[in-house]
Write a protein that binds this ligand. Structure first.
Ligand code: FE2
Length: 276
C-alpha cells in the first residue's frame, strides 16, 4: 500500500473519530474536534508512515532514495506540526549567565526500528559529544539557533578498540557551525555524515530527531561520550599531514557519562500519530 493510500485511510479514521466525538459531545453543544486528531497531525503522520517503510531494522541503513524521502518530509515540517510555537514561554526565556540548564526530551513514537523524539535545549544548554552506534539519524532544527560540531572516526571498524579501548581515536571534523531554524535536515550514518556530534544552544531550541534503530544497551547500542583533543596535542603520529589536514583531524577520547548529558523526560502533548 502506498503512503498516500495509507494517509487516506488515516484520514477516514480521523473523520470517523471526529463524528463519534461530536455524537458523544451531545446535541446543542459546540462540536469540537478531539485536540489530538486534527489536520495538523498529517505531516507527522506522513513522517511516521515513511519511517515504517524506510527503517528496516538493526544492521540496515536506509537507501539514498529513502533518505531523500524522509528529508523531504522533514524539510517541510514546522514547529506547529508537533504542537510547538515560537510564542511559547520556553522559546522566549533568555539565558542565565553562568548556568548550564538541563535539556529535556520527549518521545513522539518509539518502536524496535525507529524513534521519533524532540530535544528541548534552553539557551546555553549542551548535549555533549556523543555517538550513534549503527544508527542513521535525521536532525531537524524546528526552532532556535544552535552550534553543532560533528566528527566521523577515521577507523570506524574499531579494530584497534579491542586492543586499547582507552586510546584516543583519530576523527575527521565534518561540521562546526551555527544553524538557525528554519533550516534543512541533516543526516548522519553509522560511519559517515558526522556520527559523533555535540550541540550547544545559542537561543532556546527544539530539535526533531528521527533515529533508526533506537539506542539499546542490551543490543550493544549504548551511547558513548567523548572529549575532542587537537591533533597536535597528542604524540601519536598518523602519517604525514598537511597544515590543513591537521586542522581537520582531532583525537576523540572516550569519557565517563558527563553530568550535562542528564536529560529531563517530558510528556509529548502535540498532534498524535495513529499507529498502523
Ligand atoms: Fe545525537
Amino acid at each position: 500500500m502506498t503512503n498516500e493510500a495509507r494517509l487516506s485511510d488515516v484520514s477516514k479514521v480521523i473523520r470517523k473519530k471526529k463524528k463519534s466525538f461530536r455524537k458523544s459531545s451531545g446535541k446543542g453543544k459546540p462540536s469540537l474536534p478531539s485536540p489530538s486528531l486534527t489536520a495538523a497531525s498529517f505531516p507527522l503522520q506522513r513522517l511516521y508512515l515513511s519511517c515504517l517503510d524506510v527503517f528496516k531494522g538493526v544492521g540496515t541503513v536506509p537507501s539514498s532514495t529513502d533518505v531523500q524521502k524522509v528529508c523531504r518530509i522533514l524539510d517541510g515540517m514546522k514547529a506547529e506540526d508537533v504542537g510547538l510555537s515560537r510564542n511559547l514561554p520556553f522559546f522566549k526565556t533568555p539565558s542565565t549567565a553562568g548556568v548550564t540548564p538541563k535539556v529535556s526530551c520527549t518521545t513522539i513514537n518509539k518502536s524496535e526500528k525507529f524513534w521519533l523524539c524532540i530535544f528541548f535545549l534552553p539557551a546555553n544548554a549542551v548535549i555533549p559529544l556523543h555517538n550513534h552506534p549503527g544508527m542513521t539519524v535525521f536532525n531537524k532544527l524546528l526552532l532556535g539557533k544552535v552550534h553543532i560540531k560533528a566528527y566521523d572516526l577515521v577507523n570506524a571498524s574499531n579494530e584497534i578498540d579491542s586492543i586499547s579501548p582507552s586510546k584516543p581515536k583519530l576523527a575527521c571534523k565534518k561540521a562546526d557551525g551555527v544553524f538557525t531554524a528554519p533550516c534543512d535536515t541533516s543526516v548522519l550514518y553509522p560511519t559517515s555524515g558526522g556520527n559523533i556530534h555535540a550541540f550547544k544552544a545559542i537561543t532556546p531550541c527544539a530539535i526533531l530527531d528521527v533515529v533508526g534503530p533506537p539506542y539499546s544497551k542490551e543490543d550493544g547500542r549504548d551511547c558513548s561520550y567523548y572529549r575532542d583533543i587537537p591533533y597536535d596535542a597528542l604524540p601519536y603520529e598518523q602519517g604525514v599531514m598537511s597544515e590543513e589536514e591537521r586542522e581537520r583531524y582531532w583525537w576523540l577520547e572516550e569519557i565517563d557519562v558527563p553530568k550535562e548529558s542528564e536529560m529531563r523526560g517530558i510528556q509529548y502533548t502535540g498532534p498524535q500519530i495513529i499507529e498502523i
